[in-house]
Design a protein around this ligand. Structure first.
Ligand SMILES: [Zn+2]
Ligand SMILES: [Zn+2]
Length: 170
């Protein structure tokens, strides 16, 4: 969805729609989009500056990095971006004075689909976990420990301790 910046009216533009994205476009390889991405976006211009405020919502299925079970991850995220014409790229250093994200548009256009896709990818955790205290998989029999204990004798089921151990080994 390409937006022609020159055509954004003075009072701004409000967009409320679904974006059909492909799961293959997600940075997390095993992630699957379970719903279209819903976005509410407000665009407004002040001179050359373009302000984009948005909210995105969708549901993604991830594979837990500890127990390898799929789980649903709810995305409800907001973003606040400022775009400047690419001609101003060279004075970027001088312009960056606060924690607003600064981007540049080319030929008076932006692609909203790309922007929401990027913002969606930014919400993903580095290591997806079905729950913060997921117990993972029994290293002996492979059973998912969250679903019930197996009979194996494990020295430690505390994932924090396990982590520490691998750390010490290095
Ligand atoms: Zn898990
Ligand atoms: Zn076991």
């Amino acid at each position: 969805m390409i937006i022609d910046i020159e055509r954004i009216p003075k009072e701004g533009l409000h967009i409320d729609r679904d974006f059909e994205l492909e799961s293959s476009e997600l940075i997390e390889e095993e992630a699957v989009l379970l719903e279209p991405l819903h976005a509410e976006i407000d665009l407004h211009k002040e001179g050359d500056e373009l302000f984009i405020k948005g909210k995105i919502h969708t549901v993604v299925s991830f594979i837990c990095s500890r127990c390898l079970s799929p789980f649903e991850y709810l995305v409800d995220s907001e973003f606040d971006l400022v775009y400047l014409p690419e001609e101003l790229f060279e004075i970027k250093e001088e312009l960056t004075d606060d924690d607003l994200d600064l981007f540049f548009y080319v030929e008076n256009q932006i692609n909203l689909r790309e922007i929401v896709l990027e913002q969606l990818n930014l919400t993903f955790p580095m290591k997806p976990l079905c729950s913060p205290d997921c117990q993972g998989i029994c290293p002996i029999c492979g059973q998912v420990i969250n679903e019930g204990n197996c009979r194996c004798i494990r020295k430690s089921t505390d994932p924090r301790l396990e982590k520490l151990k691998t750390f010490i080994k290095r």
